[in-house]
Design a protein around this ligand. Structure first.
Ligand SMILES: Cc1cc2nc3c(=O)[nH]c(=O)nc-3n(C[C@H](O)[C@H](O)[C@H](O)COP(=O)(O)OP(=O)(O)OC[C@H]3O[C@@H](n4cnc5c(N)ncnc54)[C@H](O)[C@@H]3O)c2cc1C
Length: 473
């Protein structure tokens, strides 16, 4: 069977992209690693940034550029912000309504973040869009190769129920998300391991800004699962304080905006304070219990499960890896330059909107805006691959016995040396580890290592600190 479009991933970018293709009669196949909901989009808490009106567009652009250290691609930011103006109406006509009234998040000058279900925005939108989705769906399937010849993508190779198959299409869209599993502490869904970025390296597809990795400042890490609990920016936006064991609001020593400084600044301040031997907490005691429970139900229930009596008791926090601004370089339609029919959308892509540091809640917006633009480009080009062309499936072992051990070691190296504060010695040591290990691994782990290698190499190349990339000596 051949499809008009294969989409790798089942997050917001994928489903929104599929919606527009399906509406024009293009057949789409969504392929996803685990269950269809198991993605970062499902866990998005704060919401979706939407400029309030035309007058707010320049301010939203400015906030995005300031957070991104002016390293953003300005044209892409303009598209992002202007396109947001129609999103509420577009979602409304499709049947989805946000809760009334936007909220304010860190580094936004004014309230413009829309949410639903309290802190369950991602879950609510994702569930809604999935129900309406008309794509074919292949879950429990891991993509391990993209079939490429002469700058044309012909389809993908997948592992499904322990069998390898090739599936063919006229277009391929990579919507496989970020890289969470490369770090010891991360907020990401367990499916997010950066394999497609590694595949891009293997295929000679350019990655850009891979050193730009964002650490969320307020994460509850004292839990057994590898995915740690994010404490949304909206908490600080609505008045929560960061304090130490002496109840001191120390953030003002690092930046005059205190809790409302951008993520990289708050993360670094917390990390540095911890390095001085302090313990750090999020104080949410200013919230009324009933309000807290209703506004932040996921956080309330999970923390109570861990015996933290919120909102009365301060929550122990640490920064953790959260988001990658870098990714597969794409044009303003999210198409990969030089390819006839290959696209990357959502977190896996580098459209340039986030620059050196993402403004809170701009990434769900990016999924919507560029997911749609990619669909429109696919429809316009209506590219057809050569009929009946078939590929051999690569003969490489996908998994090896020691992969897990090496993947865990990588997570440790990345956290210690390629984290919030970097230096040349640590980066070089990590690069050596990656290069000495990558050829011992099964293919899937090797792809992860290729992604990590690219992050470290990019970090070594950027000798001055910029945005989320902070390097000393
Ligand atoms: C806890 C948390 C809270 C967040 N809160 C917000 C927020 O409030 N606002 C905001 O704007 N952003 C937020 N973000 C970031 C945002 O959610 C993500 O950047 C965005 O949802 C990414 O969407 P996506 O469609 O690109 O990828 P994802 O939603 O991550 O989906 C990626 C998909 O690719 C699949 N996949 C990966 N590799 C393979 C493979 N090899 N084979 C097959 N399938 C594969 C995965 O299974 C998954 O289905 C948050 C992120 C997290 C983790």
């Amino acid at each position: 069977m051949k499809f008009d479009c294969i989409i790798i991933g089942s997050g917001l970018a994928a489903i929104w992209n599929a919606r527009f293709l399906n509406e024009k009669g293009f057949s789409t196949l969504i392929i996803t690693k685990n269950e269809v909901w198991d993605c970062n989009s499902f866990y998005a808490q704060g919401g979706v940034t939407i400029a309030n009106d035309k007058k707010d567009v320049p301010l939203h652009i400015k906030d995005t550029l300031v957070a991104g250290s002016f390293y953003n691609r300005k044209e892409a930011v303009e598209i992002l912000s202007k396109s947001s103006l129609t999103l509420i109406k577009e979602l409304d006509e499709y049947g989805f309504n946000f809760s009334p009234g936007p909220t304010r998040e860190g580094a936004h000058s004014i309230p413009r973040v829309y949410h639903k279900g309290g802190d369950a925005t991602g879950r609510e939108i994702h569930k809604f869009l999935l129900k309406k989705d008309k794509s074919y769906l292949l879950d429990e399937s891991v993509v391990f190769d993209i079939l490429i010849e002469n700058k044309t993508a012909y389809g993908v190779s997948i592992l499904h129920k322990n069998q390898k198959h090739n599936i063919y299409a006229n277009n391929v869209v990579i919507a496989s998300g970020g890289i969470g599993a490369l770090y010891k502490y991360d907020t990401n869904a367990r499916t997010i391991a950066g394999e497609m970025q590694g595949l891009a390296v293997e295929k000679g597809i350019k990655l850009k800004d891979m050193e730009m990795t964002q650490f969320h400042p307020t994460v509850f890490i004292e839990m057994n699962f590898s995915q740690k609990l994010l404490l949304t920016e909206a908490l600080r936006g609505e008045g929560a304080y960061v304090i130490d064991e002496n109840k001191k609001r120390f953030l003002f020593e690092y930046d005059q905006r205190g809790e409302l400084a951008s993520r990289d600044i708050v993360s670094r301040a917390i990390f540095m304070h911890q390095q001085k031997g302090h313990k750090v907490y999020l104080d949410v005691s200013m919230f009324d219990e009933e309000y807290f429970k209703k506004r932040f139900p996921t956080i309330f229930n999970k923390l109570r499960d861990y015996d933290i009596n919120v909102p009365y008791e301060p929550i122990p926090i640490s920064p953790a890896f959260h988001y990658i601004m870098g990714g597969i370089e794409v044009d303003l339609n999210s198409k990969i330059p030089g390819f006839n029919n290959l696209y990357a959308i959502g977190e896996v892509a580098n459209t340039g909107v986030h620059g050196a540091n993402r403004l809170a809640s701009n990434s769900t917006l990016e999924c919507f805006v560029f997911g749609k633009r990619a669909a429109e480009d696919i429809i316009k080009n209506n590219f057809k691959t050569q009929k009946n062309k078939e590929f051999d499936i690569i003969n490489e072992e996908l998994f090896k016995k020691d992969d897990k051990k090496y993947k865990n070691l990588l997570r440790e190296y990345m956290w210690q040396n390629v984290g919030i504060i970097r230096n040349k010695k640590g980066l070089t040591k990590t690069l050596e580890f990656i290069q000495n290990t990558k050829n011992k691994l099964g293919r899937m782990a090797r792809l992860r290592f290729l992604t990590a290698e690219e992050i470290v190499k990019s970090a070594l190349k950027r000798k001055e600190s910029l945005g989320a990339h902070y390097i000393i000596n």
